[in-house]
Each structure stands twice: as structure tokens, then as C-alpha cells.
Write a protein that binds this ligand. Structure first.
Ligand SMILES: Nc1ncnc2c1ncn2[C@@H]1O[C@H](COP(=O)(O)OP(=O)(O)OP(=O)(O)O)[C@@H](O)[C@H]1O
Ligand SMILES: [Mg+2]
Length: 303
């Protein structure tokens, strides 16, 4: 069995009278990228703040590499690197001096490790420049370098692609995959961007209003969700024939959606043609997390 590096049991947070986090359960495995997907206000940052020890859970249990963060805080945190919201960096210091500053707070982390993490995040050329001259993407990477100084097993990143341009997002995605696959880290990434999570993560927890409503691999979440889209003439007759053989849904612009089935679709097409209906379009529609997400959350918005 794969080792679990982070485990969360029945985690709750009440602020004032409001239950903001309502009993979360999940686990991270070694070498996987785990996505925390939810709209604004769903509770991603609040959960992450509890995981990294910035705020105290109202109840529940968090273990990092087997260490309970309540009873063994130091050991747990030694295995964790994180960036919550924005990396905390000193803009008037160089990237190197920033790393040196944070390395001094950790036991046994010297210049050798600073050099290693600098290379890992690809900042060697610019590491002696002041951070205020860095692009947002470079700041994010320096933040990750800082988070990696103590050789953590678990890395937690709250919205790591926020504000990056498409090239920066792609680079960050490749880098996170690299950390998981080649360095064996478990990475928890939060995002409200569905396409991002779909491309980046092995498994996803969908969070809405403080609860996890589904956890699964991206593949499983999307399986059996393919559809066919048809444009036929005349529409009424086409609808009648398809409704006899499969589930249909008609869109405003006269497109008919049906289930997807490679073999049966050919048969449905034949039946339409035999009945004198023109099949103008027949498209296979690949599933996206967005549809599932809207379905599960019922179009959840900020509360
Ligand atoms: N200190 C606090 N006091 C009161 N309410 C809070 C506090 N912190 C968070 N909340 C509320 O908890 C809910 C979850 O907030 P949180 O920041 O965790 O969401 P999020 O999923 O990170 O959203 P976003 O995508 O906008 O970053 C929100 O309704 C927020 O207003
Ligand atoms: Mg947040």
C-alpha cells in the first residue's frame, strides 16, 4: 500500500457561530498531486491554514507523516512545506538572502541546500538579484524554494497559479508534477480553476460550503460522462427517433445531446438516415470537470 503522508479526520472549524469547515476527511499519498477544488469562499484557505498550523481546528485530527500536529507539532511541521496565499518574501533582499534568512530558522540547513533548491526551481541565474525585480512567477518559485529548504515530504500550495500568465501557469504545473513524480513529494494544491486542476492533479476533492462532496481520481470523476451532440433536420422527427433509443436533452439552439456510445451511436445514426432525417452534425463531447462541478454544487457561488 502507498504510504499516507497527510491524513485529515473529521476536521471542523467554527468561527464565531458559523461552522466554516464541516468535518473533512481526506488523505494524501506519497508522490501524488492532490487537488482541493472549490469556488470562492468554499473553505480552501481555512482548511489549509489548519493543516499548516496557522489556526487551530475546532475539532478533528491532522497527521503529517504520522505525527499528530497537536501533540507533535515540531515533528509534523518538519515534514511540511507550504505557501499560504502569497509567499512571504523580503523584496529588498536578494533571492539568496531571503533563502539564507529562512534557512537560519531551520536546523541543519546550510548553503548546500540553498544551492540545491535554487537549482530545483530554476532561479540560479537571478538568485543574487533583489526580489523586487522578480516577476510574479519567479517570486512563486522562490517561495517554493523556501518551502522546500527543510526537505519536506508534503508541500501545500494555496492557489499557486493565481495571477500568473498562461506560460507561467504551464511552467508552474510542470514544476509541481516534477516535484511529485521525480522528488516523490505529496503536493496539495488548492484552486478554483477547473481546467487547472484537471490538468495537474492525480486526485481531486471537490469542496463546497465547507464540506467535501466528492473525492476521486480525475479519470474516475470524468468517466462515463461523455456525450454526443447532434444537429438534425427536421428537428422534431430526429428528436422522436433518438428519444426512442436513448436519453436525450435538447438545447436552445436545436442541438440534441445524447449518451455517448461508439457502437450504438452508429446504429442511431442509421435509424435517423433510414427515416429520412438529415444528420448535419454528430460530435463526441469530451467531459470537463466544470460540468460535474456545476452539477454537484448546483452552481455554488460566494456566500
Ligand atoms: N476569520 C474569519 N472570520 C469569519 N469568517 C471567516 C474567517 N475566515 C474565513 N471566513 C469565512 O469562511 C469561508 C471560507 O473562507 P476561505 O477563505 O477558507 O475560502 P476559500 O475557499 O479559500 O476561498 P477563495 O477561493 O476566495 O480563496 C468564507 O465564507 C469566509 O468568509
Ligand atoms: Mg482561499
Amino acid at each position: 500500500m502507498e504510504k499516507s503522508t497527510l491524513s485529515v479526520q473529521n476536521l471542523k472549524k467554527i468561527i464565531g457561530k458559523k461552522e466554516i469547515i464541516k468535518g473533512l476527511n481526506f488523505e494524501l499519498k506519497e508522490g501524488e498531486v492532490f487537488g482541493f477544488l472549490g469556488p470562492n469562499g468554499a473553505g480552501k484557505t481555512t482548511t489549509i491554514r489548519m493543516l499548516v498550523g496557522l489556526i487551530k481546528p475546532t475539532s478533528g485530527k491532522i497527521e503529517i507523516c504520522g505525527y499528530n500536529i497537536e501533540s507533535h507539532f515540531y515533528e509534523a511541521m518538519r515534514n511540511l512545506g507550504c505557501i499560504v496565499e502569497n509567499p512571504e518574501l523580503y523584496p529588498y533582499l536578494s533571492g539568496y538572502d531571503n533563502l539564507l534568512h529562512f534557512a537560519r530558522m531551520l536546523d541543519g540547513i546550510g548553503k548546500e541546500r540553498i544551492k540545491e533548491v535554487t537549482e530545483l526551481v530554476g532561479l540560479t541565474e537571478r538568485i543574487h538579484d533583489k526580489v523586487k525585480t522578480y516577476s510574479l512567477g519567479m517570486r512563486q518559485r522562490l517561495g517554493i524554494a523556501q518551502a522546500l529548504l527543510g526537505k519536506p515530504k508534503v508541500l501545500i500550495l494555496d492557489e499557486p497559479t493565481n495571477g500568473l500568465d498562461p506560460a507561467g501557469i504551464r511552467e508552474m504545473r510542470q514544476f509541481i508534477r516534477f516535484l511529485a513524480e521525480k522528488e516523490g513529494l505529496s503536493v496539495l494544491v488548492s484552486s478554483h480553476l477547473l481546467s487547472e486542476i484537471q490538468l495537474l492533479c492525480d486526485r481531486v476533492a471537490i469542496i463546497s460550503k465547507g464540506s467535501i462532496i466528492r473525492t476521486d481520481t480525475v479519470e474516475q470523476l470524468l468517466s462515463n460522462r461523455e456525450q454526443m451532440v447532434w444537429r438534425v433536420e427536421p428537428l422534431e422527427k430526429g428528436k422522436e427517433i433518438l428519444a426512442n433509443v436513448t436519453i436525450i436533452e435538447v438545447e436552445g439552439d436545436g442541438l440534441i445531446r445524447t449518451e455517448y456510445d461508439k457502437y450504438r451511436a452508429a446504429e442511431w445514426n442509421k435509424q435517423l438516415v433510414d427515416a429520412g432525417v438529415h444528420v448535419l452534425e454528430m460530435n463526441r463531447k469530451f467531459p470537463v470537470l466544470e460540468d460535474l462541478f456545476l452539477e454537484l454544487t448546483g452552481g455554488d457561488t460566494i456566500d
